[in-house]
Design a protein around this ligand. Structure first.
Ligand code: SF4
Length: 438
């Protein structure tokens, strides 16, 4: 387990602190004559120093801690590397796995996982950080996290209704890297690189060409477009994964957007806190918090992703005043049942990430093995709404193929009308009448 100060250690420290505190009180009390001043200010200063020291030590421990799982993995597969290396996001990127041959050193691959070896260059490449690799089950090919990032032969089977750009983003792109679908907001695709590639990625047609980041010059038409269109009040920065860029590039981009008066809010879509939590370091957070109001939507797939490292990364962001929301793609055999989804949503709330969207999986090429029927999504929402906190219920949406945008779907709570009443079904399937008189 992660070496957060465990309750025993913490208790001992608190006891020590409290003993010192009590001793001081006793000394102060015995030294005082009855007509003397009450315990001096000096005592509070000492107390303050002790508390500050305690809290600083605690913070230091949190910062340098490494989970037992990560430590074991590091010792076993990267014996030359230090914990410091492991906690360095650039080391994580440099040591990511990018071929099936490399993967086979960490996992016992199934036939279905080995078969794409010849053709992988024609499709979405592999990229998995050592950190995320440490969460994968070495033996079970059907482990949910493993299925989300390890390619299988099914990716090469194209089914009816699938397309390489099912959301027609290229048809809604007035200038390179901008998708303008809704009147008051745009999607700004600032990089084609991700630290880990999800096998069901909607943008697999544009991400992962592994030429890494597209560069500052390539952003200029997008920035000019946003500046000229005064109706754009909300910019969603995505890609690829924007948080894989270095601090300087992120700061440049945010400051250019903040310079545009009509841009009210900036949002970032990312999976980095989940697959590369080491990236959420102090210098990045210091950059991000300068550009409020800034929102971050984090791509979570399964409750097993909520590790101590991820919790710590999310805490750093929320403590910097950045509201966090989650986006989850509904995936067959990965998260397509009520208990798993409920566990995920509860886990997110505990780390202060507000469940936001549950997406129906987009019909990209070779995605049939990931897609569930729409009824499955409705069943999950039915299993959450009313059965748990409203905060734990994401909005289930289908991003309409052809560029229709996000369309929310709800179970049949609205049952029609009867005279001047609306018939409504509650979470227990009981019908209620609402007087809808005008
Ligand atoms: S992180 Fe997002 S953009 Fe990157 S591969 Fe996954 S789904 Fe695609």
């Amino acid at each position: 387990m992660h070496e957060y100060p465990n309750s025993n250690n913490e208790k001992k420290e608190m006891e020590k602190l409290s003993n010192i505190h009590n001793e001081k009180l006793v000394v102060t009390h015995t030294e005082l004559n009855e007509d003397e001043e009450p315990p001096s200010k000096q005592m509070f200063i000492n107390e303050e120093t002790l508390l500050t020291e305690y809290l600083q030590n605690k913070l230091e421990r949190d910062k340098t801690s490494l989970s037992e799982r990560s430590s074991e993995f590091l010792r076993k597969y990267f014996p030359e590397a230090s914990e410091r290396d492991w906690n360095n996001w650039k080391w994580q990127l440099k040591n990511s796995v990018t071929t099936i041959q490399q993967l086979s050193k960490f996992l016992e691959l199934s036939v279905n996982e080995i078969r794409p070896a010849q053709a992988i260059n024609d499709t979405l490449p592999i990229r998995i950080t050592p950190y995320y690799l440490s969460l994968l089950d070495k033996y079970k090919a059907d482990q949910p996290l493993r299925k989300s990032v390890v390619p299988v032969f099914d990716e090469f089977l194209v089914s009816r209704g699938e397309a390489s750009d099912p959301l027609s983003e290229s048809h809604h792109s007035p200038v390179p890297n901008i998708v303008h679908r809704y009147p008051d907001r745009v999607l700004f695709l600032v990089t084609g690189f991700c630290s880990t590639y999800c096998r069901y990625c909607t943008r697999s047609h544009m991400v992962a060409k592994d030429k890494c980041h597209i560069g500052l010059k390539a952003w200029e038409p997008g920035l000019q477009y946003i500046r000229k269109n005064t109706n754009i009040r909300d910019v969603l920065i995505s890609g690829g994964d924007p948080l894989t860029m270095n601090d300087l590039n992120i700061e440049y981009l945010l400051s250019r957007l903040r310079d545009i008066e009509h841009v009210e809010i900036i949002r970032i879509g990312t999976k980095v806190p989940v697959v590369l939590p080491q990236r959420i370091n102090r210098s990045l957070v210091n950059v991000l918090k300068k550009y409020h109001p800034l929102y971050i939507s984090i791509h979570f797939t399964h409750p097993d992703e909520i590790t101590p490292e991820v919790k710590e990364a999310c805490e750093k962001l929320t403590n910097a005043g950045i509201p966090l929301g989650s986006q989850t793609v509904l995936l067959k055999g990965i998260n397509d049942n009520v208990p798993v989804m409920k566990q995920l949503m509860h886990g997110l709330l505990k780390i202060r990430v507000r469940p936001y969207y549950l997406y129906q999986c987009d019909p990209i090429l070779g995605s049939a093995h990931f897609r569930t029927p729409i009824d499955k999504g409705l069943e999950i929402i039915r299993g959450l709404r009313g059965h748990t906190s409203g905060y734990a219920v994401p909005q289930y949406v289908v991003d309409a193929p052809g560029g229709g945008g996000k369309i929310p779907l709800l179970p049949d709570y609205f049952q029609g009308r009867e005279d001047s009443y609306v018939l409504l079904k509650n979470y227990e399937d009981k019908i209620f009448k609402y007087p809808d008189f005008s």
